[in-house]
Design a protein around this ligand. Structure first.
Ligand code: AMP
Ligand code: MG
Length: 491
C-alpha cells in the first residue's frame, strides 16, 4: 500500500520526548473545544523554516489543531508543571492556560516545542479560565517576531487564531490562541518545581534531559551539572546584555519566565524604552520597579542564584560544598554580562577593538542621554547617520564634548570610516516596536478587525537593520503630551 501524503498535512513531524520524563513534571490534558476557530495571522516564513507548508496550515483541520480542537496524529498534548519566584515570592505554578501539543522535528533535525497559549483550563489553572484575549496574543506575536529580527534569542509566534468566544476580563474581549514555538519550555522554575516536589533522581533526569536538548557539549564533562549551570548562566548574561542594547524591558522576570535555552519568553508586560531613563518601568503591577531597565542585570543574577539552589543536590552531596561550588560559579555572571554589554556597545559606537577607556566613553554618552531625555534608539541612529542635528542632544555642551572624545577614539583605530559606519548600521536598529505603534496596530485589529496596520508594522520590524526610507515613519516618538505608557500582564 502506498501512503500518499494528503494535501491538508502541513508536514508535522512529532515526537513527545517531554512525556517520557518523570510524571511529576506534567499532566496530560483534555481538549477544551472552542466554537468557531478562525486563523487570523500565520507566520509564513517561520512555517517555512520549520519545514511546514503555510498553505496547508490554513486548512480547516490544521486550524482546528491550532485552536486546540483537535489532536494531530503523533501528538500527545500535555501541560507542564513548574514553580517560580514571582516578584520574589516562591509559588507552585504550571501551564494554567497553555498546552504543549508536541515537539516538531524539522527536516534539519532541530526540535521545537509547539505550544498553544490560551487553550483552556488545565490541572494547573487554579482560579483562572485558561484563556487569553486577542490583544495580548497579537502583542506577543508582534514583539517576539521583532525580537527575533533584532537578533535576540526568543520564542517565536507561528499563528494566532480567534476562538469565536468571548472571555471576561475588565470587559468582554475576543478569545484567541497563540501558537508559540520554542527551543523548549524548560524554565528555571521547572527545576525549582522538581527540587521542591520531586526526588533527586527526578531532578537528575530533568537535568540530563536539558543537557541533551540544549547543552550537549557538556555531556562528557566530569562536573556536567556545573557545566550545564555555567552554560545557562552564559546564555543569560548574553541575553540580558542584548535586551539592554536595544532598550527592551521584559517586565516580569520571574524565575518561571526564564528559559533554560536562553530564549526570551513571556511577552506579557514587556515594552521598549523610548527616552533613555534607566529607572523605566512599564508594567502596572511592578510598583517597586523590581524589573526596571537598570535592574534587569541584577535580577538576572538573582534568578540564576535561585536556579543554582535548585541544582545544589547535583553539584555535590554535601550541601555546604554544593553552595560553595554554586557561589563560585555565580561570581562569573557580572563579568560575563559586562563583557557582552561592552562588546555590544562598542559595536553601536562603531568601535572595533577594545580600549581601557571605552566603558567611561559609553557611560559618558548614556549620562548625557539621560540628562536631556534623549530617545535611546533614535540617538544611536542619529550617531550612525551623522544626523545629530535632529536630536535633542544637538549643541548641548556635554554632548559636544563627548562627541569630540568619541571622534578621537574613532580616529585612533585603523579601520576605515566606512567600516565603522557599516558596523553601526548593523548594530543600531532603525525600528523597534514603539509602544504607540504597537497600540495602534492592536486597536485596528481588535476594535475594527483591520489587520493591515499590524501586517505593515510586522513587515517594518522584520528588517530592523535595513534602514529603509519607508521605515522612517516608524521611528517617530510619541508627542510630548502623551501619557506615560503602561503595560498589563496580558491574562
Ligand atoms: P504569566 O504571568 O503569564 O507568566 O503567568 C503566571 C502563571 O499564571 C502561569 O502559571 C500561567 O499559566 C497562569 N495564568 C495566567 N493567566 C491565566 C489564566 N487566564 N488562566 C489560568 N492560568 C493563568
Ligand atoms: Mg509566564
Amino acid at each position: 500500500m502506498t501512503h500518499k501524503k494528503e494535501t491538508h498535512e502541513p508536514g508535522w513531524n512529532f515526537d513527545n520526548s517531554y512525556s517520557r520524563l518523570p510524571n511529576v513534571l506534567f499532566s496530560t490534558v483534555n481538549l477544551n473545544l472552542v466554537s468557531a476557530p478562525k486563523l487570523i495571522v500565520l507566520n509564513d516564513s517561520l512555517a517555512a523554516s520549520l519545514g511546514l507548508e503555510a498553505a496547508a496550515l490554513q486548512g480547516e483541520e490544521c486550524v482546528a489543531v491550532l485552536a486546540g480542537n483537535q489532536v494531530p496524529a503523533g501528538a500527545l498534548p500535555l501541560a507542564q508543571a513548574y514553580a517560580g519566584h514571582q516578584f520574589g515570592n516562591f509559588t507552585r505554578l504550571g501551564d494554567g492556560r497553555a498546552m504543549l501539543i508536541s515537539e516538531h522535528i524539522t527536516p534539519a533535525g532541530e526540535r521545537f516545542d509547539i505550544q498553544l497559549k490560551g487553550s483552556g483550563r488545565t490541572p494547573y489553572s487554579r482560579g483562572g479560565d485558561g484563556r487569553a484575549s486577542l490583544g495580548p496574543m497579537l502583542r506577543e506575536y508582534i514583539i517576539s517576531e521583532a525580537m527575533h529580527a533584532l537578533g535576540i534569542p526568543t520564542t517565536r509566534s507561528l499563528a494566532v487564531v480567534t476562538t469565536g468566544e468571548s472571555i471576561i476580563r475588565e470587559a468582554e474581549l475576543p478569545g484567541a490562541i497563540l501558537t508559540r514555538v520554542a527551543a523548549s519550555h524548560l524554565r528555571f522554575g521547572t527545576f525549582q518545581y522538581v527540587a521542591n516536589w520531586g526526588t533527586v533522581e527526578e531532578l537528575r533526569a530533568l537535568a540530563e534531559y536539558a543537557i541533551e536538548r540544549h547543552y550537549p557539549e557538556v555531556e562528557k564533562d566530569e562536573q556536567r551539572y556545573l557545566s550545564f549551570f555555567k552554560g545557562v548562566m552564559k546564555r543569560h548574561a548574553s541575553l540580558i546584555a542584548k535586551w539592554q542594547l536595544v532598550g527592551f524591558i521584559h517586565g516580569v522576570m520571574n524565575t518561571d519566565n526564564m528559559t533554560i535555552s536562553g530564549e526570551t519568553i513571556d511577552y506579557g508586560p514587556c515594552a521598549f524604552m523610548d527616552v533613555y531613563d534607566p529607572t523605566t518601568v512599564f508594567s502596572s503591577i511592578d510598583r517597586q520597579g523590581r524589573y526596571s531597565y537598570e535592574n534587569q542585570l541584577r535580577i538576572g543574577g538573582w534568578n540564576l542564584a535561585r536556579f543554582a539552589e535548585a541544582l545544589l543536590p547535583l553539584f555535590h552531596e554535601n550541601q555546604e560544598k554544593a553552595v560553595e561550588i554554586a557561589q563560585e560559579a555565580l561570581y562569573e555572571y557580572s563579568r560575563l554580562y559586562k563583557q557582552n554589554w561592552l562588546a555590544g556597545m562598542r559595536e553601536k559606537l562603531g568601535l572595533f577593538k577594545e580600549e581601557a577607556e571605552d566603558e567611561s566613553l559609553i557611560e559618558g554618552l548614556l549620562s548625557v542621554m539621560q540628562k536631556y531625555r534623549a530617545d535611546f534608539t533614535n540617538t544611536f541612529r542619529a550617531l550612525t547617520f551623522d544626523k545629530i542635528g535632529e536630536n535633542v542632544l544637538d549643541g548641548k555642551p556635554e554632548f559636544v564634548e563627548w562627541q569630540k572624545r568619541w571622534q578621537e577614539r574613532l580616529g585612533r583605530q585603523s579601520e576605515s570610516k566606512e567600516a565603522s559606519h557599516e558596523l553601526m548600521r548593523n548594530s543600531n536598529p532603525a525600528v523597534i516596536p514603539r509602544n504607540h505603534r504597537v497600540e495602534s496596530a492592536l486597536e485596528a485589529a481588535v476594535e475594527f478587525g483591520d489587520y493591515k496596520v499590524m501586517e505593515n508594522l510586522v513587515a517594518m520590524l522584520s528588517k530592523p537593520y535595513a534602514h529603509l526610507s519607508e521605515q522612517e515613519a516608524f521611528c517617530t516618538i510619541p508627542g510630548p503630551g502623551s501619557k506615560p505608557y503602561q503595560t498589563y500582564c496580558g491574562t
